[in-house]
Design a protein around this ligand. Sequence first.
Ligand code: MN
Length: 272
Amino acid sequence: MKKTEKLKQLIDHAKELILEEKKKFRIGQLLKIKDFPIVVIGDIHGDYISLETITKKLEVEGEWNKIVFLGDYADRGPSPLEVYTKILEMKCSHPDEVFLLKGNHEAVDLIEFYPHDLPWHIKNAYGEYWREIYDSLMNLHRTLPIAVIVESIALLLHGGISPEITPKGLEDPTKEELEIILWSDPSEHVKGTTLSNRGAGVLFGPDVSFSVLDKFGVKYLIRGHSPVTKGYRWDHAGRVLTIFAAKHVYGLESGAYALIDSKDPPIEIKLF
Ligand SMILES: [Mn+2]
């Protein structure tokens, strides 16, 4: 089979399986997951080495029931196509166990994001056929869900929250809500929300985290989006966890992912 056709089929197959999630796990764009342990993996940004390190560790340690990726799969790192191939193969071989959320780099029709080197990588690998691959990937991005609720434990999404975010709103978010969810960051120094210097989304303070997480009936928010030095960072009195996987691309001290289990405390950080 032509290699363009092979990748396109993988993307389209994964897209069908993502749409199928609606029958079992999803209400609109919101996923509900309850089987433990749940592995949560933050931004990869084309860093295939980090993704491979994590998946090898998961194979060896073997303790997972679900895997949730928090979005931002390509752009910045050298190997976005290897990353897509790997995560889409994982989705296809474990459709009821592996879930891909949308990050701001997958929000095709929302706000422009930089850098966006994915088209260049596809042109480099597929020449004149690049557009077919790119369009398939963009269509896949349009189908991705935006958040996961792990009942009474955690809300999982790419960026952040504001007082307007509700469980009902996550099922079918407005453009404004989507911008908040995909672009925002926590801040210790803000009360309520303020404008973000990213030019999109907001900075949200501890008071917002406490009230919104209480409204969702969960203790924690787990999100990616910020390249934190140690691969993870706790904010807002230990209720907001940032995790980040792309350690080579950002030169971080370590990368990290999180493991949610039915024990106390429920979240364990895994460094690599
Ligand atoms: Mn991001």
